[in-house]
Design a protein around this ligand. Structure first.
Ligand SMILES: *[C@@H]1O[C@H](CO)[C@@H](O)[C@H](O)[C@H]1NC(C)=O
Ligand SMILES: *[C@@H]1O[C@H](CO)[C@@H](O)[C@H](O)[C@H]1NC(C)=O
Ligand SMILES: *[C@@H]1O[C@H](CO)[C@@H](O)[C@H](O)[C@H]1NC(C)=O
Ligand SMILES: *[C@@H]1O[C@H](CO)[C@@H](O)[C@H](O)[C@H]1NC(C)=O
Ligand SMILES: *[C@@H]1O[C@H](CO)[C@@H](O)[C@H](O)[C@H]1NC(C)=O
Ligand SMILES: *[C@@H]1O[C@H](CO)[C@@H](O)[C@H](O)[C@H]1NC(C)=O
Ligand SMILES: *[C@@H]1O[C@H](CO)[C@@H](O)[C@H](O)[C@H]1NC(C)=O
Length: 482
């Protein structure tokens, strides 16, 4: 039996259907009261009042209209619930969208509107609530600029450099309380911009800079199949936006109250949201787990994922032996990195270090990047800024390298500055490696030849013996004949 509340809603819907399809706009003459709702033109999203655990907390929000599990994607008054059903959302005489509680304003947009009576608020099929001035069809305010915990397709996260507005996600307090929680997912624009998952001010996970193909920290980001993405970094904005390759699929990215960032897709056959992907998942995702100049590697022999980058050693051998890598790594003592034969070691398949303080020069080639890095004794590593199309641009680091990790696939090569001694060691290792290969190949060759010769001689003997037997048979036959 369906729960009574759902049943009632269903009945109301049935009753309402023949008379009118719900509107998708709020106009100066048609406010939205508690109990009413807007439905976007293509019937994808609904906007109205709702409550969750506490029925005395009424919120204005947006949810998917035509799926069986009510999934709220945006909340207008997340920290100011209304404790009764007196809420009204309407266009105020000055053209702003205002939420009233018992006739007193609780929340309002703050835009200057020229002509008052031509303003409408419309719920779009993307899930965006927009305030439009009809004269000129200008969008003067939009809900997508004030995300809650959900990033919908076509919603931008990031900084609008012209207005200073940074759009980011913040978790709910709990699954039943949409109030502002402690986790956020936010664009940091310094250096090469990256999105960070944070708990308060603590960095939890970094999804890396845009490398021309994808966010460097998300090698699973299988762009092209389910969704595409674009990243903008220009004088107007730094932003990332996802689009859907198959618009019929419902997909959303959220930051939840447990501090996870899952991407869900709706499975109509099972009537549930399935986590397509989530982060942070592995030990190596954790930003603070190892300190400066470490390299997280899940596939070490001793099952401790913290290693030091080449040319570095654990800052505290004792902590390290207790499997605490948070102190990080320091340069091997006596290493000279300035004009004394230093060079670069290629570290393959990594998530590039934190780029918050890195330098970006899109005009340089990788070779020019190497030159530039070599000529500045403070430069600790470099790589291509854009890996698409064979690589271009220059990304370089000065000082400590934070949050580097190894991926099994989809990582990027990092060129790490090391002193002459480490460089020579690495070359020798490479040579030994080569020698081992050569010896291996030689041994196998010799073995193969031996096996071949042995089998050949065996065959030859067998043939000879066979012939002998034939002779004998012939001989016997001839004996019998006589
Ligand atoms: C509801 O909130 C109003 C304003 O904050 C307050 O005056 C009123 O006492 C509250 N009512 C209940 C039942 O909590
Ligand atoms: C509304 O906008 C005006 C002008 O942009 C600004 O001066 C004012 O502080 C804003 N008010 C609020 C409540 O944000
Ligand atoms: C707006 O309101 C004014 C007076 O209230 C009226 O004269 C005008 O025609 C209205 N404009 C529109 C576009 O409805
Ligand atoms: C995704 O692809 C569609 C169709 O090719 C395109 O219209 C849309 O702009 C793309 N979106 C993004 C965010 O790149
Ligand atoms: C919801 O509506 C969209 C757009 O009309 C449609 O593509 C989708 O199949 C519908 N989903 C369900 C579960 O009815
Ligand atoms: C290298 O770093 C030191 C100390 O941080 C600074 O004084 C010096 O100017 C830097 N050199 C270059 C070439 O940037
Ligand atoms: C990255 O390089 C590709 C191929 O050269 C180019 O098409 C693309 O625009 C570049 N991306 C950025 C962000 O510069």
């Amino acid at each position: 039996m369906p729960p009574p509340k759902m049943f009632l809603q269903f009945l109301l819907l049935l009753l309402a259907l023949p008379f009118c399809t719900p509107a998708d706009t709020i106009t100066p003459t048609r406010p939205l009261r508690d109990g009413d709702f807007l439905v976007s033109k293509g019937a994808r999203f609904a906007l109205g009042f709702f409550s969750l655990g506490n029925l005395n907390h009424r919120y204005v929000g947006i949810w998917y209209y035509n799926i069986s599990k009510q999934t709220v994607v945006w909340v207008l008054n997340r920290d100011d619930p209304i404790n009764d059903t007196s809420g009204v959302l309407s266009i105020h005489t000055r053209g702003n969208l205002v939420l009233y509680r018992r006739d007193s304003p609780l929340w309002s947009t703050n835009v200057s509107v020229s002509s008052v009576n031509s303003t409408v608020a419309q719920l779009l099929d993307t899930g965006n609530l927009v305030l439009i001035q009809n004269d000129g069809k200008r969008v003067v305010w939009q809900g997508f600029d004030y995300p809650t915990d959900t990033m919908l397709p076509y919603m931008k996260l990031g900084l609008d450099r012209r207005t200073g507005l940074n759009r980011f996600l913040t978790s709910w307090k709990s699954p039943s309380d949409p109030g502002t929680g402690e986790y956020s997912y936010k664009m940091e624009v310094s250096g090469s911009p990256q999105l960070f998952l944070q708990k308060g001010f603590d960095l939890i996970w970094r999804n890396g800079p845009w490398n021309g193909l994808r966010l460097a920290g998300v090698p699973e980001m299988n762009i092209g199949f389910l969704f595409n993405a674009s990243f903008l970094n220009n004088e107007d904005e730094v932003s990332v936006v996802f689009g859907m390759v198959q618009p019929s699929i419902l997909s959303r990215l959220t930051v939840d109250s447990d501090g996870l960032v899952p991407r869900y897709t709706w499975q109509e056959s099972d009537r549930k949201w399935v986590a397509f992907w989530f982060a942070p998942g592995e030990r190596c995702d954790n930003y603070g787990r190892r300190g400066p100049n470490g390299n997280c590697n899940l596939y070490t022999a001793d099952d401790f994922e913290c290693t030091c980058l080449a040319g570095f050693e654990p800052k505290s051998a004792r902590e390290w032996s207790l499997r605490d890598g948070s102190g990080g790594c320091v340069r091997i003592q006596g290493a000279n990195l300035c004009r004394s034969g230093e060079g670069f070691i290629k570290v393959a398949q990594v998530k590039v270090p934190d780029t918050s303080a890195a330098r970006v020069d899109t005009t340089l080639s990788l070779e020019e990047c190497r030159e530039e890095c070599l000529n500045n004794c403070n430069c600790s590593a470099y790589t291509s800024a854009n890996v698409s199309g064979g690589g271009s641009g220059c990304l370089s680091w000065y000082g400590d390298l934070m949050d580097t990790r190894v991926f099994t696939k989809g990582g990027q090569a990092l060129f790490l500055r090391v002193d002459a001694v480490t460089l020579a060691q690495s070359k020798r290792k490479k040579n030994i490696f080569h020698k081992k290969w050569m010896i291996g190949i030689l041994t196998m060759g010799v073995a193969l030849v031996t096996v071949l010769m042995v089998s050949l001689s065996w065959l030859a003997t067998k043939k000879r013996k066979g012939k002998g037997r034939q002779h004998k048979v012939l001989f016997n036959l001839s004996l019998n004949d006589t």
